[in-house]
Ligand binder design. Structure first.
Ligand code: DGL
Length: 269
């Protein structure tokens, strides 16, 4: 198969990575997506770097067998902890979500104070502040992990009052430090954008890593001249545990049925 006709792999710990798929589908509707969500072992955000390394290496080995031209690591936790190691064992380009989000954050901040929210593992890794400072050393980064938000979204409570209250508790300290930009450093957070914007007010700009990474994918395909030409793609969704919740949330995020849903045992890879 010609390189340009191959698919784009998207890997996440679960269903949240579909927020990245949604943006890629919007920008590049002709591209075929092969999604891999490790729903059996989610969440990654509360696990140790060693375990995240192991799980993501298994996922990469699986994806490398799927006739792809590039792979997007949609999971912020994997991008923060394991991307460098994964790149060493991948013949295909791997795009993580952190670089694009950090770059956009630096572009939009006016007062040089950026907030970053993510899982415990992402925040503990300090990957976002390191990246941001490498781009703009004068920028101040205030980070906060928000471990309760992923389960609330997974439970389908994205619009509930409780989620609003929990998010307020997490965000208030960042607001007190005068952030003017907030990087949504987790796959699930684009689904809470409305709530976040309500809490932080219109003056704080939200950076949606999913949108930024989709732009990066488009740019890479253009630069390498491997963008697919026309046709209507057949996407495939591999997950390590098919649950009703995945199907329901997937439909909600993508606004369509998830055809070609298949189960894969990542322990075997
Ligand atoms: N996908 C993870 C991330 O973006 C959130 C869910 C998890 O903890 O596995 O960090």
């Amino acid at each position: 198969m010609k390189l340009r006709d191959r698919g784009i792999g998207v890997f996440d710990s679960g269903v949240g990575g579909l927020t990245v798929v949604r943006e890629i589908m919007r920008l590049l509707p002709e591209e075929r997506i092969v999604y891999l969500g490790d729903t059996a072992r989610l969440p990654y955000g509360s696990k140790s770097p060693k375990v995240v390394d192991k799980f993501s290496s298994q996922a990469l080995r699986f994806l490398l067998k799927q006739d792809l031209k590039l792979i997007v690591i949609a999971c912020n936790t994997v991008s923060a902890l394991s991307l460098r190691k994964l790149r060493k064992s991948s013949p295909l380009p791997l795009i993580g979500v952190l670089e694009s989000g950090a770059k956009r954050g630096v572009e939009v901040t006016r007062n040089g104070i950026i907030g970053v929210i993510g899982t415990k593992a992402t925040i503990r890794s300090r990957a976002y502040p390191k990246l941001i400072r490498s781009l703009a050393p004068q920028v101040k980064v205030i980070s906060r992990s928000c471990p309760l938000l992923v389960p609330l979204v997974e439970e389908g409570w994205s619009k509930s009052k409780i989620t609003y209250q929990v998010a307020s508790i997490y965000l208030k300290p960042l607001l007190r430090q005068d952030i003017d930009t907030l990087i949504l450093g987790c796959t699930h957070y684009p689904l809470l954008k409305g709530i976040f914007q309500d809490i932080v007010g219109e003056k704080v700009v939200l950076v949606d890593s999913a949108q930024e990474v989709a732009k990066k994918v488009k740019e890479l395909l253009r630069r390498r001249n491997i963008r697919k030409r026309g046709g209507s793609p057949e996407h495939t969704f591999y997950i390590s545990d098919i649950s009703r919740r995945f199907v329901h949330m997937g439909r909600q995020i993508l606004g369509r049925e998830l055809n070609n849903l298949r189960e894969v045992n990542l322990e075997e890879w």
